[in-house]
Design a protein around this ligand. Structure first.
Ligand code: FAD
Length: 470
């Protein structure tokens, strides 16, 4: 066994939680090593998550724009088609370029990248099994666990990597499926369903709950369902998949809804019912790190510290939404806490985006939550059909809905379905970080013509002074 080396911090996992934390730690004067079991850094986000999915969403949306929307602008194409191999190659290049950038970032900051699978060997020790099967022990004052999550596999719908796939499989089909059944109407299912629908597949989404994207405000998820139906997606809500049989490269998916049970014949099944924290093999319990019996998440305090003082955890491994920016913010906060600087994440102002087209973006509480918590609130809504810029773009679907406290005026949540909602939500996050009221947004002068004028109008509507809805 090779000799032990002592660091200030060992980070396990180089996803957006791990690598961002590692760089912040160097800024704070720490010596840092990152252990990563995959060949490329960047975690799920860069390799098989946010980035490849957005690359395919962008490519497939360009195709649909050219095929269906450019005529409205007076632009004509003859015989428009796409090259799936080229599209996949482009996606792979975006991933390769970005993961390469992360590797260079770590190297530039003199962070040791240790290849291998890590497990805890003590409060200050990490054992790493390298590719050749050898073991190395690394020592550090602090350890940050950022091993992320993996797709949940459902009994009776086990992934076979060909017909029944997880999100990683659905990012790399070698041909457009004739019929793709998506199990789970969350953001991953809707985004990947959108990619293949745009490229010509029939797409059927089966969701156990009465709503798709159930964490979104009810107005938004109902409107999103209508838009996606118009784009040709089929939905079975309040419906459970009870099994999937594969034969000769096809699947028969059994579904059970209020009208009884039936079978969907398809050639690909994407099971996207959620993700579970990746704790297997980390040797948590013997070292004293606690996990939640029900969800498997690592338990941490408000400083991201586990029950063992020197061991911290962030990202998909701990409770909360599985989002890359949450993981990064927690990584920074955890390391700042280690350094004695108060580090925290404002979960009340954490944005979430569904990258369908139009996009759905939100921050803060939904109207349903405001009701549940008996918070006195008022809302202001403004449609993109009333925004001049959206008209110029030919993108009039959707609306902005702002929820504010009816006594203090403080903004409690903003929910947007519309073009570039993902970019628009940043202004709302900032407003909430500053404790803004609807009056602040209503009075702030917004450039004309812009999509964000719809946000200003929604804020004015909440104050009953919207110009265009008078
Ligand atoms: P991860 O990114 O999962 O990184 C964990 C790292 O730890 C991995 O590199 C893994 O190999 C390594 N590791 C695990 N165990 C060990 C071990 N024992 N030893 C050494 N290394 C180990 N989020 C968004 O915010 N926006 C999006 O648009 C978005 N789109 C997504 C699309 C898809 C298809 C998927 C699947 C996810 C998407 N996400 C998105 C979620 C996002 O990818 C995750 O929330 C994020 O990657 C979590 O970051 P993390 O650092 O906690 O873990």
């Amino acid at each position: 066994m090779a000799e032990a080396k002592e660091y200030d911090l060992i980070v396990v996992g180089t996803g957006p939680g791990g690598y961002v934390a590692a760089v912040r730690a160097v800024q704070l004067g720490f010596t840092v090593a990152c252990v990563e079991k995959e060949a490329r850094p960047g975690g799920v986000c860069l390799n098989v998550g946010c980035i490849p999915s957005k690359a395919l969403l962008d490519s497939s949306e360009h195709f649909i724009q050219a095929k269906e929307k450019f005529q409205d602008h007076g632009i004509r194409f003859e015989g428009i088609s796409f090259d799936l191999t080229a599209m996949m190659k482009r996606k792979d290049k975006v991933v390769a370029d970005l993961t390469d950038q992360v590797r260079k970032l770590l190297e530039r900051n003199a962070i040791d990248i240790v290849s291998g699978t890590a497990s805890l060997a003590g409060p200050h020790e990490v054992a790493v099994i390298t590719e050749g099967g050898g073991e190395r022990i690394l020592k550090a004052k602090n350890i940050l666990l950022a091993t992320g999550s993996a797709p949940i596999e459902v009994p009776g719908q086990a992934f076979d990597g060909k017909v029944i796939v997880d999100s990683t499989g659905a990012l790399s089909f070698d041909a457009v499926p004739d019929h793709l059944v998506v199990v789970g109407g969350g953001y991953i299912g809707l985004e990947l369903g959108s990619v293949w629908r745009r490229l010509g597949a029939a797409v059927t989404v089966v969701e156990m709950l009465p709503r798709i994207a159930a964490t979104l405000d009810g107005h938004v998820n109902r409107a999103l369902e209508r838009v996606l139906k118009k784009q040709g997606m089929t939905f079975h809500l309040n419906t459970r998949v009870s099994g999937a049989e594969v034969k000769d490269g096809k699947a028969a998916v059994t579904i059970e809804g209020k009208d009884g049970s039936s079978t969907l014949a398809c050639d690909r099944v994407l099971v996207a019912v959620g993700r579970r924290p990746l704790t297997r093999g980390l040797n948590l319990e013997p070292v004293g790190v606690e996990t939640d019996e029900r969800t498997g998440h690592v338990r941490v305090n408000s400083r991201y510290q586990t029950r063992v003082d020197s061991i911290y955890a962030v990202g998909d491994l701990i409770p909360g939404p599985a989002l890359a920016h949450k993981a990064s913010a927690e990584g920074v906060a955890a390391v700042e806490n280690m350094a004695g600087i108060p580090g925290e994440v404002n979960y009340d102002a954490l944005p979430a985006v569904v990258y369908t087209w139009p996009e759905a973006a939100s921050v803060g509480i939904t109207e349903e939550t405001a009701k549940e918590r008996k918070i006195p609130y008022c809302t202001g809504t403004y449609p993109f059909s009333g925004a001049a810029r959206a008209r110029c773009m030919g993108e009039t679907e959707g609306f902005v809905k702002l929820i504010c406290h009816s006594r203090t005026d403080r903004i409690l949540g903003v929910h947007i379905l519309g073009p570039h909602a993902a970019e628009m939500i940043a202004e709302c996050v900032l407003a909430m970080e500053f404790g803004a009221g609807s009056e602040d947004i209503a009075r702030a002068v917004h450039g004309h013509p812009t999509l964000s004028e719809a946000l200003m109008e929604a804020a004015q509507a909440a104050r009953k002074c919207s110009i265009y809805t008078s």
